[in-house]
Design a protein around this ligand. Structure first.
Ligand SMILES: *[C@@H]1O[C@H](CO)[C@@H](O)[C@H](O)[C@H]1NC(C)=O
Ligand SMILES: *[C@@H]1O[C@H](CO)[C@@H](O)[C@H](O)[C@H]1NC(C)=O
Length: 388
């Protein structure tokens, strides 16, 4: 359902721009029409890239990835990818009434869903995670190198200790969606604090955020009960899809995907009360549906991955935004758009930048494209003006 929604919104956006909606655009990998492409690329060439520049031919070998849901960077700089192998999330993957993965769809993914690469060459140095996950979604790596994964197929959250392949912590009951303290519904992402507390974005059906201690004890939650809360309220989220913790400010930022905004709440690690609204980083509608967040403490900037958008960028001096990634400072000032789709990619079909990650030293940024089955590497994040 959510996947279908994504495609529909993309098509609507194309219609509103007066572009041709490609026949069969529901099939993620159908070719776009020549007319759409020409129009799109003409627009694109007028905009400078302000931000990280793509590293060409990375990785050097075809990784033969499935839908790439997550990307993050290990403490040593290696890149980790979480992908769906031979599985894809289709409109009929889930039971619309129960939100559960029907028994007929509970089929192992036999390929390794986790792939570890060297940052420079993109050479594969490890792969694991076959026959474990059903619809891989979020991947977060904490400072110790632990992997935190969410599976929207099983409604679970996993912590895999650094260097291991089996989880030492699992939250949620396998294949049983729910909204109490021990059940989740298509959880999307995790953020981890230095003290081991972690936050879960839950997710496609519950639209809430929960906080746990490192042993999995619930510490708080917000966003669930939105009765009587207007859509303008920061507590009325619609698919919190990605989390980014800014420990210096003790705030947790949430990509409120379908409301097309990024909101930050007090993280409650210090004296603040967890869940109190703190600030708007990206106002609703400015850059389209927001899929991914990555905070770089080196530069104190937030990298934001949003749906390749036909929507106007409001009040920022230009009227058209085909970028897939954006840089914001912590006051919510827009610093630039980048990550433009290349002509050859555009020819292979729509793009959804599903996750974004920054290396610990801040020099490299990665974007996982779920529809293109690809991961892109970008560098020179300080770049201010490079013509695409
Ligand atoms: C699926 O994977 C599990 C391990 O997680 C294994 O025990 C089981 O035999 C597999 N099922 C099939 C049909 O291969
Ligand atoms: C938001 O966070 C900042 C930085 O921690 C803090 O100084 C400020 O008091 C917070 N604002 C609210 C409304 O909680």
């Amino acid at each position: 359902m959510a996947a279908l929604l994504v495609v529909c919104v993309t098509m609507l956006a194309m219609v509103s721009k007066g572009l041709t909606v490609p026949a069969g655009a529901r099939q993620g990998r159908d070719r776009l029409t020549a007319e759409f492409l020409t129009d799109y690329l003409n627009q694109q060439q007028r905009l400078p890239v302000q931000g990280p520049v793509e590293v060409p031919n990375w990785p050097r070998h075809d990784l033969e990835l499935g839908e790439v849901a997550g990307v993050d960077v290990m403490p040593n700089g290696d890149v980790m990818i979480f992908h769906r192998g031979e599985r894809s999330w289709e409109a009929d993957t889930f039971d619309d009434l129960t939100n559960a993965l029907p028994e007929s769809k509970r089929i192992n993914i036999t390929r390794s869903t986790l792939v570890r690469l060297r940052a420079n060459s993109g050479q594969v140095v490890d792969s694991f995670g076959a026959n474990k996950f059903y619809v891989p979604h979020g991947l977060t790596i904490d400072k110790k190198g632990n992997l935190w994964l969410t599976d929207v197929g099983t409604d679970q959250i996993f912590r895999i200790p650094s260097g291991q392949t089996e989880p030492d912590l699992v939250l949620g009951e396998k294949f049983v969606p729910g909204n109490d303290d021990t059940h989740f519904c298509k959880p999307t992402d995790v953020a981890v604090a230095d003290n081991g507390d972690f936050f879960v974005a839950d997710g496609y059906c519950n639209s809430r955020v929960l906080k746990f201690s490192s042993d999995g004890a619930l510490l708080g939650k917000f966003g669930m009960d939105t009765r009587g809360v207007g859509v303008d309220s920061p507590y009325s989220m619609n698919v919190p899809h990605s989390l980014a913790l800014i420990e210096d400010l003790d705030i947790l930022c949430v990509a409120d995907r379908e409301n097309q905004r990024v909101l930050c709440y007090n993280a409650g690690l210090g004296d603040t009360k967890f869940g109190q609204f703190n600030r708007t980083l990206v106002p609703g509608g400015e850059i389209g549906q927001v899929y991914g967040l990555a905070y770089d403490p080196n530069a104190a900037v937030m990298y934001v991955a949003a749906l390749l958008s036909q929507m106007p960028v409001m009040n920022r001096g230009f009227s058209y935004s085909p970028a897939r990634a954006f840089t914001y400072d912590l006051e919510g000032n827009y610093l630039g758009g980048w990550g433009y789709i290349s002509p050859s990619e555009a020819e292979t079909g729509p793009s959804i930048p599903h996750d974004i990650a920054v290396s610990p030293n801040g020099n490299d940024v990665y974007i996982a494209d779920v529809l293109q089955h690809a991961v892109h590497k970008f560098t020179e994040p300080q770049n201010k003006n490079y013509l695409a």
